[in-house]
Design a protein around this ligand. Structure first.
Ligand code: NDP
Length: 284
């Protein structure tokens, strides 16, 4: 029987720690971290994510400024808003919710954000700093995975870590973060041959493919730590991860549930990045 890693509980603890630090800053220096959240269009999932992020910000005592733009917004108008936020001293973090409508170049928008305010950690400057081994802002979801491992007392150094998924927002930055902590890394994707053979070697297995329950019991080594980043909605409405929980849980030493595992950590890490960005910009 695996020990279940409770992401809700760990994230709540982190949010409280951050809230206490923000309160202290407010009392002692009269300033608070500020986050600008920009949403283009009316994608229902994005609206839910953005709403959660804004609520978490407010609960932590941060300033949260919301910009809801219509889906037909022109790229140049979005870039102008990003530039305004770059120059606004009350704003320390800028989040542009992805995906953006097809007529807007995502890279152009990501690159327009001042890297010091890039609390999503997606700017090539921040990706480059991570690649170099000297990170500034790191992407929230992989950072949340690292924090879950650390706060669960799971050693990383020297371990065989296998990640399924190589996206820029999860798989790739997570590989770099684990490498920095001296794990041996394998990154799998759709062209990987004998996926089960590779995942079966993992001491730490992270599933971030976005394929419902694709990691079956026979793909996991006895005693492995299994982290499930995937969020998939089944036709019957149920939310499941990339891991077949009931098959894998009896073999794993630790496992994250979906929901209530990695998801809540992403928001906690956004708050932490915003607090760090604030300290960096104000010297507070
Ligand atoms: P992407 O679709 O951008 O990337 C998926 C990756 O998984 C790709 O590299 C793809 O390979 C690989 N992959 C897909 N299917 C398979 C397969 N059958 N075998 C091996 N590899 C496969 O997804 P994201 O990284 O954006 O997200 C991954 C999952 O994590 C999603 O379920 C998403 O909802 C969830 N997520 C959760 C977050 C949270 O806060 N909890 C935050 C962000 C994402 P290839 O490159 O070859 O196409």
């Amino acid at each position: 029987m695996a020990s279940i890693i409770d992401g809700n509980k760990i994230a709540k603890g982190i949010r409280e720690e951050i809230g206490a630090q923000a309160l202290k800053l407010k009392q002692e220096k009269g300033i608070v971290p500020g986050l600008a959240v920009i949403l283009v269009g009316d994608d229902p999932a994005s609206q839910i994510y953005v709403g959660r992020k804004e609520r978490a910000c407010e609960e932590a005592g941060f300033l949260s400024r919301h910009f809801g733009l219509p889906s037909q917004t022109q790229e140049k108008d979005l870039l102008r808003l990003v530039d305004e936020m770059n120059r606004d001293p009350a704003i320390h973090g800028i989040l542009v919710q992805l995906p953006l409508p097809g007529h807007i170049r995502t890279e152009a928008v990501i690159e327009a954000v001042d890297p010091r305010k890039d609390v999503d950690g997606f700017h090539p400057y921040n990706m480059g700093r991570l690649l170099e081994g000297n990170p500034l802002h790191r992407a929230c979801t992989p950072l949340g995975v690292m924090e879950l491992l650390d706060r669960s007392g799971i050693p990383i150094e020297g371990k065989e870590a296998v990640i399924v998924g190589r996206s820029n927002i999860v798989g790739k930055p997570l590989a770099l973060m684990l490498l920095l902590r001296h794990a041996t890394i394998t990154v799998c994707h759709t062209r990987t041959r004998d996926l089960g053979g590779v995942t079966g070697r993992a001491d730490i297995l992270v599933a971030a493919a976005g394929k419902a329950e694709m990691i079956r019991g026979d793909m996991v080594k006895e005693g492995a730590v299994v982290v499930d980043v995937g969020v998939n909605r089944l036709p019957d409405g149920r939310l499941v991860g990339d891991v077949a929980f009931s098959e894998v849980e009896p073999k794993a030493s630790h496992i994250t549930p979906v929901p209530g595992g990695v998801g809540p950590m992403t928001i906690a890490m956004l708050l932490r990045n915003t607090l760090n960005a604030f300290r960096l910009q104000t010297g507070a």
